[in-house]
Design a protein around this ligand. Structure first.
Ligand SMILES: Cc1cn([C@H]2C[C@H](O)[C@@H](COP(=O)(O)OP(=O)(O)O[C@H]3O[C@H](C)C(=O)[C@H](O)[C@H]3O)O2)c(=O)[nH]c1=O
Length: 149
């Protein structure tokens, strides 16, 4: 587990009409402030990586489909520097993933339909605070290929 990354189980409330999916409240321990909510939609097998936010704290929850979210800690002052963390998040494993600034992150669509992840961020989108690397950049020790364990 990467230092400062927080996983919070989220509640879903089901009834015969459908369900309610919790995501963020202002009394949550991980809530900092409101910046923007957006939804990133990913086709099966597509990889969206790598991003590093210099100032934004991300809060991800997958509403539809399934994502493999991969985090890489390249922070020099972190006790988990060099650690790679894989998370599989979906409505079936419904969690809020809080990622502080400075951690490389990316995700891959899993399964057979478009996945939708919500990001409830503490900062509005600002392209100037994002650093990007190609998904297969050799400086991050991660292979996005399907692994038959
Ligand atoms: C997020 C965002 C993006 N854009 C534009 C910028 C690009 O021209 C285009 C696609 O953006 P991007 O390549 O950043 O999309 P994703 O790879 O889905 O990543 C985004 O959603 C995941 C979950 C992240 O956490 C990223 O930080 C966030 O950038 O939409 C905007 O104009 N406004 C916005 O709020």
């Amino acid at each position: 587990m990467i230092h400062d990354v927080v996983i919070t189980p989220l509640r879903q409330i089901f009834d015969e009409r459908g369900k309610v999916m919790h995501m963020m409240r202002d009394d949550s321990p991980v809530f900092r402030k409101f910046g923007e909510v957006y939804f990133s939609c990913t086709y099966p097998g597509a990889v969206k990586a790598w991003h590093l936010h210099k100032r934004m704290t991300l809060n991800y929850a997958v509403l539809v489909g399934q994502l493999k979210v991969v985090l890489f800690d390249g922070r020099d002052d972190s006790p988990t520097k060099g650690v790679v963390q894989e998370l599989f998040i979906s409505p079936e494993n419904y969690q809020l993933v809080t990622v502080p600034p400075g951690i490389w992150n990316g995700f891959k669509g899993i399964g057979d339909k478009m996945s939708i992840v919500a990001n409830c961020a503490d900062l509005a989108h600002d392209p100037g605070e994002i650093i990007r690397k190609p998904a297969f950049d050799s400086s991050i020790p991660y292979d996005w290929a399907l692994k038959h364990r």
